[in-house]
Every structure is written in structure tokens, then in C-alpha cells.
Design a protein around this ligand. Structure first.
Ligand code: URA
Length: 281
């Protein structure tokens, strides 16, 4: 087997490759645990990666974790009868993070509840400063209940590390859809409409300082701009309910077309600039 790059050098190597226009992906044979362990060490190296990749300082005690938020009154749940779908009004979503999660884990608002293995609610600390919003779970996520654990997720983790963001410590990840569309087809407008309130409530409760939407479904949903192509939405700072929002390509798209990696990385640097601005740098 070919030698792997040492763990604490991988993020720096990737950054160099992007800067030089290289496209080789070297994560194929790495397990998620190996990748995460590597990223933890890469984050410690971040100061040597230049100003744009200074590590996030320890989160200030700005607010408690959303998990610690005082429970709200019990949510009004809809009937679990799938036959009822579409007829009744959507549930009133609770102001308690734990209750919101419990509600989502039992959701039957759209037909995906019938084919899913697990609801994929989120990953990462619920008081993270950065929130990444993807599209929908794939097969690995449906199996594990954790977003972005496949090849695209590993690549995302490493790219975040190149700008000093540790997925484990500083990033909360969720998707537009919480359940896998069969065969990884695109989310339908009805599924997005049914599921988006969960995401909106997650954003309200997590209160990230900055949002990163990866892919056109999350980019369009969060900017509210349904017409513009992803290429037009990226490269600038939008706002979602006052929260700075950067839109970029989906990491799975980078694995298919490495020409987009540099643009993605520039968007990550824009994200980093927003964070540094929020730090008063
Ligand atoms: N792609 C996404 O958009 N989300 C995931 O969780 C996995 C793959």
C-alpha cells in the first residue's frame, strides 16, 4: 500500500495542492476516525498555515450550548399517520434543542420517513460558531445517523482544517433534508418545504456566527434566491436573518470536478475573514 501523508501534514499538503492547482485526492483509503484524528492534529498546526488559517480561539462563553436551553412546553406533534401527510398544518417547533431533535427523529411529515434507516439531525457542538448546511443524507449518513461521513464529508473536514476550522470542535453540521432521498436523488420542493422548518429552528437555536451553505439546495434555501445559479451565489457574503452566510460548491461536486476546489477554498477564506472580523481582527 502507498504511504499516506503523515496526519499532521495533510491539511497543509492539501492547501499547497490547491494553491498550486493540484487536484489529487488522497483520502480514499482513510477511515473517518483516521481522518478526524488527522484533522485534530492538523488544527494544532494551523498557525503555521498563514494568517487566513489561524485557529478559532476557544469559543467565548457567549451562550450555553443549545442542549442546555431550558425545555419549552411539550411540542404539538402531528399524528404519526403517514396517510395524514399534507393535510394537517406543520408542527409548532419547540424552543428547546433537545425537544426539536426528538421531534425530528420521529418525523413523518414527508414520504422519506418510509424509506429512511435513520433521521440525520446534526453533528458537532450545538454552540458552535460555524454552521455548515448541506443537502441531504446519503447512504453512509442514513446508515450512521451522522451527516457528512462519506468521502465528501472527509474532504469537507480536511478543507475546513486548511482554514483552521476543526469540525469536531468548532463546526455544527446539518442538512436541508434530514432523511435520505432514495438513490440520492435531488430533494423535491415538497420535501424541502416539509423539512426546512427544522433547519431554520436549528439555526435559531444554535445561533452560529457564520453559515456556510454547501451546494445549490442549501444556498438557494438560505439566500432565498431560487433563480440564481450556484456560481452566482458564491464568492460573496449574504445574510440569513442577520447571520453572515457564505455559499459554495458541494464537496461531492469537488470530488467529481476538482476544478472547483480553488473556488471552494476561496469561499472558505471568505468565511475565515468573516470569522476573523467577528473576532475584531
Ligand atoms: N451530502 C450532504 O449534503 N449531506 C450529507 O450529510 C452527506 C452528503
Amino acid at each position: 500500500m502507498a504511504d499516506r501523508p503523515s496526519r499532521d501534514e495533510s491539511a497543509r499538503l492539501l492547501r499547497q495542492r490547491i494553491e498550486m492547482g493540484g487536484s489529487e485526492i488522497f483520502l480514499d483509503s482513510m477511515s473517518r476516525d483516521e481522518a478526524l484524528a488527522m484533522l485534530e492534529r492538523a488544527a494544532a498546526l494551523a498557525p503555521s498555515l498563514g494568517a487566513a488559517s489561524a485557529p478559532l480561539p476557544a469559543p467565548p462563553p457567549r451562550r450555553p450550548s443549545a442542549e442546555a436551553v431550558t425545555p419549552a412546553p411539550a411540542p404539538q406533534r402531528r399524528s404519526a399517520a403517514a396517510a395524514d401527510r399534507g393535510a394537517a398544518s406543520p408542527p409548532v417547533l419547540p424552543d428547546s434543542y433537545d425537544e426539536l431533535k426528538s421531534l425530528a427523529l420521529e418525523c413523518t411529515l414527508c414520504g422519506l420517513c418510509e424509506s429512511r434507516t435513520q433521521v440525520v439531525f446534526s453533528d458537532g457542538p450545538s454552540n458552535a460558531r460555524v454552521m455548515v448546511v448541506g443537502e441531504a443524507p446519503g447512504a453512509n449518513e442514513d446508515e450512521t445517523g451522522v451527516p457528512f461521513v462519506g468521502a465528501a464529508g472527509k474532504y469537507l473536514d480536511l478543507l475546513l482544517a486548511t482554514v483552521g476550522l476543526s469540525r469536531k470542535d468548532s463546526v455544527y453540521i446539518a442538512n436541508v433534508l434530514k432523511c435520505r432521498p432514495p438513490g440520492n436523488r435531488n430533494p423535491s420542493p415538497e420535501e424541502i418545504e416539509a423539512c426546512a422548518p427544522y433547519l431554520r429552528k436549528q439555526i435559531d437555536l444554535v445561533q452560529p456566527e457564520v453559515l456556510l451553505a454547501v451546494g445549490s439546495f442549501s444556498g438557494k434555501l438560505l439566500t432565498g434566491d431560487q433563480k440564481s445559479a450556484l456560481g452566482k451565489l458564491r464568492g460573496q457574503v449574504h445574510h440569513y436573518h442577520g447571520v453572515p452566510l457564505v455559499v459554495t460548491y458541494h464537496p461531492a461536486a469537488l470530488l467529481r470536478n476538482s476544478n472547483w476546489t480553488r473556488a471552494f477554498w476561496r469561499d472558505l477564506q471568505l468565511l475565515r475573514d468573516v470569522i476573523d472580523g467577528a473576532d475584531g481582527a
